[in-house]
Design a protein around this ligand. Structure first.
Ligand code: N0T
Length: 522
């Protein structure tokens, strides 16, 4: 075997994304993989001592994956000298504790800022220039309009990817990489440095015009509306093509962030082509561009990121704001798969995780600062993960088939109707029965959720917590009865009935119920 052929074979074996029906699956060592994960707080992965304890805890929690920062400043504290002690140590620990890793490249940008760039970068703003506000103040944000900045990040990142390949392509403990963290411009909607202004007054790149023409009917509103307002012009600078204003500034800035990130991701993939994604700090509360981290991998800018950064496989939301299902829907569009790399560590996640996997064929779920999970035996999300672990093989098989749904309720949202195979399935929050004291005492309803999988047109599996399900036939005059309900467990992917629930538990054949506070597969 020549070196060339060998290299090609190992490339094929790297973790990758594969289309399955309407879903896209992460494939690790040629098997589909779903992430029941958690993301570490920012600083813990800088101490291998801490990581020892944390990894042991994660194994007890039955996480299958941890999302872990790699800090640029610690891998390259001296320019061109790379130190992967931490990376290697963390990979070792993960292997000992049966965990996979998604590495988060805390490179040039971390939550808009450049706090993880090495000192030799921070101290030389001449060579490594900063973004500037409109008023000319330099920000602690490295400018996207500098070749030196691009090259420095590219070098560090591609070197890291090469290293990971050397030590991990066989075992594939590292399954995916997030490039940067929550990229986004702050204070103003775009960089106003000299270089940035020059780019802003230059022609909009043909690459973007071509993309917009090819996707004219599916462009997201901000882009489509701005472009339309200028009569779909194809030649001109940013204001000439999109008009003036903050929204145009944001489009421009997103393009240049994306061009920068593409070079970094591409260089990384040339060394080791694992799937790569970006995470976004979401814009909620109706803030204007510049007030929120603007121009990042936000759903409304998806077209820009696609056009400029084809090496990025998908964009992902960090969910800290209300409106959980809405955020999922915004990101599960047009072939962008849903992966939730961060969500606030809250008990409600126990319900949300079923919705994400059942409704959106999610690739994974991962609360932030997962090491702070209290009382792991009784923590609600752990019970949900426990159930999901059992049915993972089934879920993987059904992903992309359109035969699953996810249900999520809070106090305001209590009912969901699904039609399938001539039946109407009505899911309700368990408290709608009024049987639970908490349903009436005015306290907030606990979040509840489930997923349903069609096993055959007359046989369904429901897994979750705090839901009631009734069935009706859509044919007039026909009653759909419940034949039987079993509580089941899965061992090694095989379903085993453990209890028949045809009495009080299913209200003598009237409904299926998993009470709030309980977790079951029926
Ligand atoms: C996240 C985390 C970490 C309505 C915040 C979320 C992580 C970064 N940023 O703890 O810094 O590295 O990706 C920002 C969401 C703001 C919350 C708004 C509450």
């Amino acid at each position: 075997i020549s070196a060339g052929i060998y290299a090609q074979q190992s490339v094929q074996d790297a973790p990758r994304l594969i289309k399955k029906g309407i879903a896209t699956q992460l494939t690790v060592q040629n098997q589909p993989f779903l992430i029941l994960g958690g993301e570490l707080g920012n600083s813990i992965a800088s101490s291998l001592e801490d990581m020892k304890d944390v990894c042991a805890k994660f194994e007890q929690m039955q996480l299958n994956t941890m999302l872990v920062p790699v800090y640029w400043e610690l891998t390259e504290s001296e320019k061109g000298k790379f130190d992967y002690t931490l990376v290697d140590g963390i990979i070792d620990l993960a292997r000992q504790h049966n965990l996979k890793i998604v590495f988060l490249w805390f490179g040039v940008w971390k939550n808009s800022m450049s706090c993880y760039s090495p000192l030799w970068i921070k101290e030389d703003s001449k060579k490594y220039p900063r973004a500037e506000t409109k008023k000319g103040r330099k920000l602690e944000i490295l400018s996207a309009f500098s070749e030196n900045n691009t090259k420095a990040d590219m070098d560090a990142f591609s070197n890291l990817m090469g290293h990971i390949r050397t030590i991990d392509q066989q075992q594939q403990t590292v399954i995916m990489v997030q490039v940067e963290n929550e990229i986004g411009m702050l204070e103003d909607a775009r960089d106003h440095s000299k270089e940035a202004n020059k780019a802003f007054n230059s022609a909009v790149p043909q690459q973007l015009i071509n993309y917009m023409q090819a996707h004219k009917n599916t462009l997201r509103p901000q882009l489509a509306d701005r472009w339309q307002s200028k009569g779909y012009k194809t030649k001109g600078n940013w204001n000439e093509i999109f008009g003036e204003g903050l929204e145009t500034d944001e489009i421009f800035m997103a393009w240049h962030y994306a061009v920068f990130v593409e070079q970094v991701a591409k260089a990384g993939k040339e060394r080791y082509p694992v799937p790569m994604y970006l995470n976004a700090a979401l814009n909620s509360r109706g803030r204007k561009a510049g007030e929120y981290p603007s121009a990042g991998p936000l759903a409304h800018l998806l077209d820009i990121w696609r056009a400029a950064a084809p090496s990025i496989d998908f964009l992902a939301p960090d969910i800290y704001d209300p409106g959980f299902t809405g955020w999922c829907q915004q990101y599960h569009i047009d072939g962008n798969l849903l992966f939730i790399p961060e969500i606030k560590l809250e008990t409600g996640n126990a319900a949300r995780v079923f919705y994400a996997f059942g409704e959106h064929d999610a690739m994974g779920f991962s609360p932030f600062s997962i090491e702070n999970t209290p009382d792991i035996k009784n923590y609600p999300l752990m019970k949900s993960y426990g159930i999901l672990h059992q049915i993972l093989p089934l879920l993987k098989e059904k992903q992309g088939s359109g035969k699953t749904n996810g249900i999520w309720f809070d106090g305001e949202n209590k009912e969901r109707i699904i039609e399938r195979n001539g039946y109407t399935f009505t899911f309700r929050h368990d408290y709608t029965l009024g049987w639970d004291a908490a349903a009436k005492d005015g306290s907030t309803w606990t979040e509840s959720g489930a997923l349903i999988i069609e096993l055959s047109p007359r046989e369904y599996l429901v897994a979750g917590t705090g839901v009631v399900l009734t069935f009706e036939s859509k044919k007039e005059g026909v009653t759909a009865g419940i034949g039987l309900i079993d509580e089941v467990v899965f061992t090694d992917g095989k379903m085993k009935p453990i209890r028949r629930l045809n009495g009080d538990e299913n209200h003598q054949g009237r409904h299926l119920r998993i009470p709030a506070g309980q977790w079951q597969i029926q």
